[in-house]
Design a protein around this ligand. Structure first.
Ligand code: PEP
Length: 255
């Protein structure tokens, strides 16, 4: 029922020329892939070039963050309306690196989310616990806090455009992925929680991606889990071969 979504978070990697080369290889390699939504999230500087390139393909464009106002004296910020006009369909919000290094909180993530939805963007909202929180058995408390407070004020209608990415912080960029069972357990928890906040129909249609050291070797087993609807891919999205391999595994996950 839910089309899997595989998004590449390129983080602060790839110049414009390198972005064009990588996007070209992905478009070519994914031309015959059906039933997977593919999203590329390059740095801001590459958005407009990639927007032109992706226009005739089934691959979508996303940004890695946005501000909550649409213009003004906010040096270094990018408005959601600017992203929309630059051709973005998606925007990643609340990534753990933004929370850890740039002071993002549930409150600021929520403001960005409401603003992004207001501009017709499709946000990918990242949630997930740190290692010490998992070890202290606080995983569900942290994820509940991120989901409940991150989604505050988001309407049922808007939830159709929201994707949640469960990204255990200890698994991001570390080569230590969550096991399929660990991912499924938290994904099921998120779906149940969204069902309580909204209703079962909203929970059933919600796509929940897993992110954290997904690679061609572990993608299949994680993507096969019932409540895992794709992946947010960092390191393995920087090479066409590994990203395409994960996309193809999502296409054949048989859900
Ligand atoms: C990410 O940055 O969202 C991520 C999941 O990174 P990696 O795949 O490198 O762990």
């Amino acid at each position: 029922m839910r089309v899997p979504i595989i998004a590449g978070n390129w983080k602060m990697n790839k110049s414009v020329d390198e972005s064009i080369e990588l996007a070209n290889a992905i478009i070519r390699g994914a031309y015959d892939v059906k039933n997977v939504d593919i999203v590329l999230c390059p740095p801001f500087t590459s958005l407009s070039d990639l927007s032109e390139m992706l226009a005739d393909s089934d691959v979508s464009l996303g940004a890695q963050n946005c501000f909550w106002l649409n213009e003004g004296a906010y040096t270094g910020e990018i408005a959601p309306g600017m992203l929309k006009k630059a051709g973005c369909e998606y925007v990643i919000l609340g990534h753990s690196e933004r929370r850890a290094y740039f002071g993002e909180t549930n409150e600021t993530v929520n403001k960005r989310l409401i603003a992004a939805l207001g501009e017709g963007l499709k946000p990918i909202v990242c949630v997930g616990e740190k290692l010490d929180e998992r070890e202290a058995n606080k995983t569900f408390d942290v994820v509940r806090d991120h989901v409940e407070n991150g989604l505050k004020g988001v309407t049922k209608n808007d939830m159709e455009n929201v994707t949640i990415a469960y990204e255990p912080v200890w698994a991001i960029g570390t080569g230590k992925n969550a096991t399929p069972a660990q991912a499924q357990e938290v994904h099921a928890f998120i779906r149940e929680l969204v069902g309580k906040i909204y209703d079962k129909a909203i929970a059933d249609q919600l796509r929940i991606q897993y992110g954290g050291s997904v690679n061609p070797g572990n993608a299949e087993s994680i993507l096969k889990e019932k409540d895992v609807d794709g992946g947010l891919i960092g390191g393995a999205s920087l090479k066409a071969d590994s990203f395409l391999d994960i996309i193809k595994k999502a296409a054949s996950a048989g859900k």
